[in-house]
Design a protein around this ligand. Structure first.
Ligand code: SAM
Ligand code: SF4
Length: 326
């Protein structure tokens, strides 16, 4: 079992397989970064997997593949198969913008993937084009439908932004309910790479909009999940709210993040990271395990987005979401 310096059990590893993306979302990567990590600095799937085996052997039982856009990484299905073959009962999921799902969903499912989260911020083509800076909506919606057809479990992530998609919170939720998809509203997390034109919504404001139509009941956090769940009394639908501005958000944090070039990141907010690159390139499992132990020992207690009432000045993280994978 992996325990961090604050006594929290860590059993969840998020692995970003690329920082590159085919979208330029306003809240994440509105401009193409000045330079990408050179391809030769990326860890191969075998090298990433070497570290992941160490983590799985020590107690990680939940893995999420993310990015950038993970479906851009060549042969992703072979990576999924490696993980699945090593531990078939591992909770293996992937977060994607959905654009390449129409052509890839079946291969991912066949490789052993069980669940995906798709980012869907709007049902309006023009708003999707504004957020992603590309005409994406039709393919994303197609991707969601095909993923469900091939038998992948699907959840949707929506980041509500003031004056952009805040009028669609109920519509996107309804879209999901009709398709038996759980939606999770994610509070916009301030970061220095995002567009300065956007303003996120506090969880309280998101809930106020839902309460104008429905009565909602708090269910609470699902174990160590960052999602606080609510049930709509009128129809029994359950939705989630990911609220990193809330003071108790980090209390049960159970995750660490590995980037495509081998940086092990203990917290989404902070810059701190230690590299496992040299260890895995040398095949030195003990050295990789030692880096993991140090990262766990030094994992911060909480992020700095905390702003319980939504009225304070928000701290801005210097971490790029496209690097950490969210
Ligand atoms: N490209 C994939 C996608 O968009 O789903 C995976 C990577 S993306 C960084 C992972 C998640 O982070 C997405 O659901 C995205 O909406 C979310 N995200 C990105 N930037 C964010 C921000 N500043 N605040 C909150 N969520 C953010
Ligand atoms: Fe790409 Fe995902 Fe970032 Fe959007 S949120 S730019 S899809 S990595």
């Amino acid at each position: 079992m992996l325990i961090d310096g604050h006594g929290r059990e860590v059993n969840y590893l998020r692995v970003s397989v690329t920082e590159r993306c085919n979208f330029r979302c306003q809240y994440c990567m509105p401009e193409k970064p000045f330079s990408w990590v050179p391809k030769e600095n990326l860890l191969s799937f075998e090298e990433l997997f070497l570290f992941m085996k160490v983590a799985m052997d020590e107690g990680v039982n939940k893995i999420r593949i993310t990015g950038g856009e993970p479906l851009l990484r060549h042969d992703l299905d072979s990576f999924i198969r490696m993980i699945h073959d090593y531990k078939p009962d591992i909770d293996l999921a992937l977060t994607t913008n959905g654009y390449l799902l129409p052509e890839m969903a079946q291969d991912l499912k066949d490789a052993g993937l069980k669940r995906i989260n798709v980012s869907l911020d709007t049902l309006k083509p023009a708003v999707a084009s504004y957020i992603a800076q590309k005409n994406v909506l039709a393919k994303v919606l197609d991707g969601i439908a095909i993923a469900q057809e091939v038998g992948l479990g699907v959840k949707v992530n929506m980041v509500p932004l003031k004056g952009v998609n805040d009028g669609e919170i109920l519509d996107v939720m309804e879209f999901c309910r009709e398709r038996d998809i759980r939606i999770r509203f994610i509070e916009y997390m301030e970061n220095s790479y995002a567009s300065s034109d956007i303003e996120g919504m506090h969880g309280k404001e998101i809930l106020e909009i839902i309460k104008q139509k429905y009565t909602i009941r708090q269910l609470g956090r699902e174990g160590a999940s960052p999602s606080f769940n609510y049930e709509i009394q009128e129809n029994g639908y359950i939705f989630g709210l990911i609220d990193p501005h809330k003071h108790d958000f980090c209390e049960n944090c159970n995750r660490i993040r590995l980037t495509a070039e081998g940086n092990l990141i203990p917290c989404l907010y902070f810059d701190e990271a230690l590299s496992i690159s040299e260890s895995v390139k040398a095949g030195d499992i003990q050295a990789a395990a030692d880096v993991l132990a140090t990262v766990l020992k030094d994992k911060p207690k909480e992020n700095r987005w905390s702003d319980e009432d939504g009225e304070g000045d928000r701290e801005v993280s210097a971490r790029a979401f496209y690097e950490t994978g969210g």
